[in-house]
Design a protein around this ligand. Structure first.
Ligand code: 3HC
Ligand code: NAI
Length: 691
């Protein structure tokens, strides 16, 4: 055995040089790993006892890509291109032995090997697009040469991880190995290649599949159309497509130049910076500084949910999907049947779209049962209350739960605004009470705000964070305050949007501005979708807001065919003159002089107060870190990933600029714009809030 460097060693086993990389956690292509490959391959080439070279990794995975944390830093050590050159031009066959995931630069390294063998459980992919990038080490030029243009387009624009069997079928790998014997299988395969004197297959020279697509522009145009909606606003998918076009229409070396140029454009731009930030933020959010990693988690095998309404039903589906049995409690058999019926219908709709089978529908429904007696929850490990948003009702329920739930049970509330400490105090075990704030539709939205009460125990928090992962949610730990983090920030945008329509902007102008910014929809379209009558009552309505007036006129939103917009039979929204008149009249009565409002002002008015609120939240310790706020807004409210979330975006604009805008606005319009003292401090002391 020869030690190449601290992450690489070279063994000679029966005429095969086995170059092993070991750089935890994911063998990313850091300077050390590149150096190990560079020197290791050269040494193996020089060694006369070696006839073929196997590149294999220790730990949980083959190389999972470039080291993302190195991007933007001074380059060190050999470049990836140099390493690939040496491998591809080796006079001895080089074989990639893949387990775990060969991703990004990792797959690109494998693509410069002459052969690829992978265990059955392995997956390969070029997920750079999810970091706002494209594969910058020849991946866009080599991949279509093996798998064909259509499959390559799919892979580079979605980042999908292709399972080994499919890799074999599509030509991306040459052989499947046993899961528990990759090393020996790879050595045997290498010997086979030597004995049969197989050619040094360079992917760059294989061109049947790309030639087949030459002159066929339709493939690209159709593909662009097919992903248009999903990729709106993102630069990287289009640049990835352009690279595949170059692979088809240009010689290999020219294609590489196109790839290089577009890669540099992406990596130096704000979108990729935001998406790379998101990658790390998404992992950071799971870490709670004062809760040790080794905290023992409670077992959650049985779940109870109280309330089979909009939220209770959706929440139940999460557990059924994960194979955890759920009992739902309702006030009456009728409501229970209705709630469970809706769950079944939801699953059937998913099946009708081909996303699950009818068999899956039945399987999942078997995990859901109902009851009208709360006493049946006495053996549950976790109970989530999702009844009407009414403090007295919630207190009554928690007092009952205190009597019947087992000692170790987690008692959770899905309240969106009520004081969880007050709810917890109705029990003799406030340390077991926590907020699990799901977002609607709860079976779809990825975000879960986990609300830590004053007395919530660390074990209950750690278990809830772990559980979130089990049911496929991204959880962010937040503190008790009105609206918690997400809705508290949303309230800022909503307030300004409501003011703006009186000052002169029309609902669709505001929605368009936010849609163009990258949100899936603006606040008025969203209100119409949710229903304007949520929390509105005919008896108490006094035409005090535009919303009141719309509801008084039977305009409840999409469900009644009109709200802020009017809807055609296909639910397409259209601006409505009647709404304009209602707003004009209301503003006249309030003696508000309406004026033209530019898109830029709309965006500032909607977004800057949100950023200011983020600073207040950080100051009060209601979110652990700035990036958690961004995670909440990206996963729960559709803030475009490529804009990085409110706090990241604010940093790009410049917090000093935002502060001075707020100060000007405060002078003119009052305390809605009072800057957070923490924002003032950050600007004055030039604090980096992302450290
Ligand atoms: N660079 C740096 N760090 C990385 C990394 C990478 N490429 N991939 C993962 N990590 C880190 C994570 O930040 C995390 O660190 P932490 O423990 O300190 O939080 C740790 O490795 C483990 O990662 P996960 O928690 O994500 O572990 P999983 O087992 O759940 O997933 C994985 C493993 C599937 C490999 C997943 O980490 C992943 O998808 N990684 C990113 C893969 C990727 O995007 N590769 C392309 C990179 S860009 C590129 O290659 C450009 C090239 O074309 C030139
Ligand atoms: P909903 O009105 O759709 O459902 C509430 C259900 O609770 C009803 O089916 C009702 O019959 C049942 N219920 C009332 N009292 C009960 C009792 N004593 N025992 C058993 N069941 C009882 O309400 P929704 O929208 O599901 O909201 C539930 C909770 O979730 C509220 O606290 C709400 O603030 C919160 N929430 C709502 C969101 C939304 O978008 N709808 C988003 C996030 C949280």
């Amino acid at each position: 055995m020869t030690t190449i460097n601290d992450v690489t060693k070279l063994d000679v086993i029966e005429s095969v040089g086995v170059l092993t990389l070991n750089s935890p956690p994911v063998n990313a292509l850091s300077a050390n790993v590149r150096e190990g490959l560079d020197i290791g391959i050269k040494k193996a080439i020089e060694n006369n006892d070696i006839k073929a070279i196997v590149v294999i990794c220790e730990g949980r995975t083959f190389i999972a890509g470039a080291d993302i944390s190195e991007f933007g830093q001074e380059p060190k050590g050999p470049s990836l291109f140099d390493v690939q050159d040496i491998m591809e031009n080796s006079p001895k066959p080089v074989i990639a032995a893949i387990h775990g995931t060969a991703l990004g630069g990792g797959l690109e390294v494998a693509l410069t090997c002459h052969y690829r063998i992978a265990v059955k459980s392995a997956k390969c992919g070029l997920p750079e697009v999810n970091l706002g990038l494209l594969p910058g080490a020849g991946g866009t030029q080599r991949l279509p040469r093996l798998v064909g243009v259509e499959q390559a387009l799919k892979m580079v624009t979605s980042g999908l991880h292709l399972p080994a069997e499919q890799c074999l079928q599509s030509g991306l790998i040459d052989k499947i190995a046993n899961d528990d014997d990759l090393l020996n299988n790879s050595i045997s395969y290498a010997k086979e290649i030597i004995e049969e004197n197989r050619p040094l297959k360079k992917v760059r020279d294989i061109d049947e599949k790309v030639k087949a697509a030459q002159g066929n522009d339709e493939i690209f145009q159709n593909f662009r159309k097919s992903i248009e909606r999903k990729t709106r606003g993102f630069l990287a998918p289009e640049y990835n497509i352009q690279c595949i076009e170059a692979a088809v229409n240009e010689p290999f070396d020219e294609g590489i130049k196109v790839e290089r140029d577009l890669f540099i454009k992406l990596i130096s731009g704000n979108q990729s910076a935001a998406q790379r930030y998101f990658f790390f933020a998404q992992r950071q959010v799971a870490k709670i500084p004062d809760i040790p990693k080794e905290t023992e988690l409670l077992d959650i095998n049985k779940v109870g949910i109280i309330g089979a309404g909009t939220m209770g039903g959706g929440i139940a589906m999460n557990f059924a999907n994960a194979g955890i049995p759920v009992t739902i409690i309702e006030q009456s058999q009728e409501r229970l049947d209705k709630g469970i019926g809706i769950i079944r219908k939801n699953y059937e709709n998913t099946a009708a779209k081909g996303r699950i089978s009818l068999e899956d529908v039945d399987k999942r429904m078997q995990f859901i049962n109902g009851n009208i007696s709360i006493d049946t929850l006495s053996d549950k490990d976790l109970i989530i209350e999702a009844v009407f948003e009414n403090m007295d009702l919630k207190k009554e329920i928690f007092s009952k739960l205190d009597l019947i739930a087992k000692d170790s049970a987690i008692l959770a509330t899905n309240t969106s605004a009520l004081d969880i400490n007050e709810i917890a105090e109705t029990t003799k075990r406030p340390e077991s009470v926590i907020g699990l704030h799901f977002f609607s539709p709860a079976n779809v939205m990825r975000l879960l705000e986990i609300v830590r009460g004053e007395k919530t125990s660390k074990q209950i928090i750690a278990t809830s964070m772990g559980l979130a992962k089990t049911i496929g949610k991204t959880a962010a730990l937040v503190g008790v305050c009105p609206g918690f983090v997400g809705n508290r920030i949303l309230a800022q945008r909503q307030r300004e949007a409501n003011k703006l329509i009186l000052e002169g902007a029309l609902p669709w102008e505001i929605d368009d501005a936010l849609f163009d910014f990258g949100f899936p929809m603006g606040p008025f379209a969203m209100s119409d979708l949710a229903g304007l009558d949520i929390g509105w009552s005919k008896e108490t309505s006094r035409s005090e807001t535009i919303r009141d007036i719309l509801c008084e006129n039977g305009r409840f939103g999409q469900k009644s065919g009109k709200g802020f917009y009017i809807y055609d039979e296909n639910r397409n929204k259209l601006p409505d003159n009647d709404v304009e008149k209602i707003i004009q009249e209301f503003a006249d009565n309030k003696q508000i002089k309406r004026r033209e409002i530019e898109k830029d002002e709309i965006l500032k008015r909607c977004l800057y107060p949100m950023i200011n609120e983020g600073f207040k939240i950080l100051d009060e310790g209601m979110a652990i870190r700035a990036s958690d706020i961004d995670i909440i807004w990206i996963n729960g409210y559709g803030w475009p990933i490529y804009e990085g979330g409110p706090m990241f975006y604010g940093n790009l604009i410049g917090y000093d600029k935002i502060l001075s805008w707020l100060q000007d606005m405060e002078k003119e319009h009052g305390s809605d714009f009072s800057p957070s003292p923490y924002l003032e401090k950050v600007v004055e002391e030039k604090i980096n809030i992302f450290n």
